[in-house]
Design a protein around this ligand. Structure first.
Ligand SMILES: [Zn+2]
Length: 429
């Protein structure tokens, strides 16, 4: 998990605490994944816990307003109506923020991972001081929280996606070459601006990978290749993000393709990004005037897409070649990781009709596999909102994995007890 401050000062857990934490998590996960309604008996059957334990755990989760009772299911064999549980409509929301090169985005999701609010502001961040950019982000966050303040929902945490290397030990952005930012404590800067609650920070491609809810739920392993101004990747192994020793995994964009190739924003030469990043694609399709890059990522990608849809041979060949270079690097990654699925996100999602076949062809021809089908090349489920959405859902996932800290904050104690007042989302932040 990325750096996410503890919700409260709960002491070192005992074995009993650990067991209770796991049981609460399992019970909550059953409700979250229960298609909206699930009985206590069904939870007991699914988890192997006895019914009285499930009843006690469910009461705690109801007390913390994470879940609620919505009525009754079909009568049990004994003829008694079964009480049915669902995610509470007054339950907490999680905020995902995406600080990118030419836009900032916010996304609020509920405990079920459903989007309750999202907003994107186009703004070229290059050359702007971090304080100015984060001030805009803070306003965006306040607007998002104000939008749900009337529903009585509380904020359970915020996760911020950034286009660079994030030091997991301190929530510090070590470097973001395309923004020109280095060694910045983004979490503390946001906190100084009044951002409420726990704040996590991670790379945009990691969070984008966490927007692939279905693959995560099924415990799949995949490589999420994220084309933005730069190129990044999120590595997911058996449903869990693999961040590496320092949190810097997935820097696929700085894999060397040609040792003496063009100079990259990272300072090295011949990186994948210099062949498959946004600027490289623009050059390859013949949209190389400097003013075109100032148009921003999305408008230029729309321009390229329109050309390809018109059948422009130069554009189509350039995209095929881009896909081929990506495929060569991806094949190397898959040979190392031994995973069977590639997800194309960001601008590669928008340009997938022309890029994906070339990626698939290269991967199939370069992979060391014996008697196994070629890896699946899949288009990402979500477009530009993927990093903010994945960031928000990562906060929810953390709460479901460990609801004890939330219950402590919601009820004023980490043990079952009378509900106490808790801080609601305040429009002013
Ligand atoms: Zn590079």
């Amino acid at each position: 998990m990325p750096v996410l401050e503890k919700l409260s000062g709960v002491g070192p857990p005992s074995r009993t605490d650990d067991q209770r934490r796991r049981n609460l998590s399992e019970t909550l996960r059953c409700v979250v994944q229960g298609s909206g309604k699930i009985s206590r008996a069904a939870i007991a059957a699914r988890t192997g816990l006895n019914r009285s334990t499930v009843g006690r755990l469910a009461d705690e989760l109801v007390g913390g307003e994470l879940i609620h009772e919505v009525g009754t299911a079909a009568p049990t064999r004994a003829g008694r109506p079964a009480r049915v549980l669902a995610v509470s409509p007054r339950g907490p929301v999680a905020l995902g923020l995406d600080v990118n090169v030419d836009y900032v985005a916010a996304c609020l999701v509920d405990l079920a991972g459903d989007i309750r609010y999202e907003h994107v502001i186009a703004q070229d961040q290059r050359g702007r001081p971090m304080a100015d950019v984060l001030n805009r982000v803070n306003h965006l966050a306040r607007d998002a929280l104000r939008a749900v303040a009337g529903n009585g929902r509380a904020l359970c945490g915020t996760a911020v996606a950034v286009p660079g290397l994030v030091d997991l030990t301190g929530g510090v952005l070590a470097t973001a070459p395309n923004l020109g930012w280095h060694d910045l404590d983004v979490v503390q800067a946001l906190r100084r601006q009044g951002m409420p609650g726990p704040i996590a920070l991670d790379n945009e491609s990691n969070y984008a990978a966490l927007s692939e809810e279905e693959l995560l739920r099924d415990g799949e392993s995949f490589l999420y290749v994220n084309g933005q101004f730069g190129v990044g990747a999120g590595i997911v192994i058996e449903g869990r993000l693999h961040r590496g020793q320092h949190g810097w995994s997935g820097e696929i964009g700085h894999t060397i393709v040609v040792p003496d190739g063009p100079r990259c924003a990272c300072g090295r030469c011949g990186c994948l990004e210099t062949y498959a990043g946004h600027a490289a694609i623009l050059r390859a399709v013949g949209v190389s005037h400097p003013a075109s890059t100032s148009l921003g990522l999305r408008p230029t990608v729309c321009l390229i897409r329109e050309r390809a849809e018109r059948g422009d041979a130069t554009t189509i060949e350039a995209l095929r070649h881009t896909g081929s270079v990506i495929g060569i690097v991806v094949a190397g990654c898959l040979n190392i990781l031994d995973v069977d699925r590639v997800v194309l996100g960001g601008i590669y999602r928008d340009l997938s009709p022309w890029i994906a076949p070339a990626v698939g062809k290269e991967v199939a021809s370069r992979l060391c596999r014996v008697g196994r089908p070629s890896p699946v090349v899949k288009v990402a489920c979500h477009g530009p909102q993927a990093p903010a959405l994945g960031a928000a859902r990562s906060v929810v996932r953390g709460l479901v994995q460990d609801p004890v800290a939330w219950l402590a904050r919601a009820t004023g104690t980490h043990r079952p007890g009378p509900r106490r007042a808790r801080q609601r989302v305040a429009g002013s932040g």
